[in-house]
Design a protein around this ligand. Sequence first.
Ligand code: 9PG
Length: 498
Amino acid sequence: MQQVEVRLGAHTVAATAASAPEPVAGGQVLRGRTVTARFPAPPRRFYRHGWQSWSQTRWVPVDEAVAPVPVPDLWAFDDDPVHADAAVQGGAVVGAVEDAGGVLLLGALGISGRVELTADGLTATSDTTDRWFVAYGDEDDVFAAYAQLLGAVVGRRRLPDQRVWCSWYSFYGEVTESALHDVIDDLDGLAFDVVQVDDGWQRQVGDWEANDAFPSGMPALARRIRAAGFRPGLWLAPFLAHERSQLYRDHPGWMLRDANGAPVSAGWNWDGRVHAVDVTHPEALAHVVEVLRTAVGWGFDYLKLDFVYAGALPGVRHTGTERHEAYRRAIRAIRDTVGDDVLLLACGAPVIPSLGIFDAIRVGPDVAEVWENTEVTRYLHRLAAPQARYAVATSVHRLWLQPLIGTDPDVTYFRTRFCLLTEEQKAVVTDLTRVCRFRATSDIPATLDPHEVDALAAYLTEDVEIQRLGRYRFDIAGREVDFGPVASAPPVMLPAVR
Ligand code: 9PG
């Protein structure tokens, strides 16, 4: 390691790296498994980039206390469990600080790494790369330059605007074939591209066959969706095995294990423990790939692959491959199998390792029919739990990814029935879906009032021009929209209960 001076525009930043910095477009490249960049000026806020889709991502005041991820064993989906107890602010792959004059960004030119806020600078470490981009200047410029270089390393896939009807936020786990038949009829005349069947169709998480609520089977449902003029979409969580699944019972040897040989917990959901498939096990990966080949064979060509962080959890792997590399090889195998024409949407996904392979990614936690779930935020510190406010806040902070991948902010609502969001709150979520260029809802026309059906129909066909005016401000078809009050407000939390 050596002390180096890094010229960044008119500024010079002191850094430590393995060798002299190399100039690139918009900044410099530092080399080393660990590098640091010292603050050019006293920092005010730290850009904390969450590990996976649902992990909180925002500008954190530098003096804000670090809230630990609560009970990572149960809620493995909140952030990277490896850093659940970190004592300092940190984020995955990229980090930045804002001072009075600009933004200092330090980001891996690779798929994994951690950037932490230390007393006098940003410190970055990675197991998969020794190349880091460092830049200082205007926020948009430094993030755009990073996205450009990152895309050259990990790839990019551009996605046309999407208009998706998704079953989850109306039916949740109670979805049935006959209910979907009614919805498909009801969607007639609405300009959706995709009708996506979410969680609830499968026998068990891990057993990807139609359950008794889908007596005609999945190929028939895909045909029905397509006959109605929509692209058939399907939800799967291919890297999970529920403790009550056949997969888990039949193939204990395919599960990711901890150092003591016990199956790793991938969280608690569906009324039980879920485990992670070791995607480096050749038979396990062959099985996962076969599941996806089958789904495509049924006629679904829009696949929402959920809870895929399970492929990158820490643990003892069959091959010993680094966890993010293991994840990436598995999703690459999936892409190679389904081909380029199947639209792959990542959800609950490690963000940067998904670039270049997925077409789109969920960029925030789930929305919900409530603005804030105070029990889970205030008492459990779970900003990744479903609630509209933090879904908006995290998604807004991920827009710099747009040149690399489609950004899915989750669904919006037009309905007043079965929804506790105010008109203003629904408008914020709806505007976010416009900015993200990913318009989705679970609303069922039959449960909407006539003026709500009209609003939905207009939303699906509108062609709005969007211009970014600032970190949180946008011009949406001539209207100025400011997400700042929602996105920059600190989370409302009490001391954690652990
Ligand atoms: C299906 C859902 C939907 C949704 C996904 C994902 O923290 N949690 O307990 C938690 C539960 C569900 C969840 C995310 C987090 O939702 O984002 O769109 O597909 O799975 O089960």
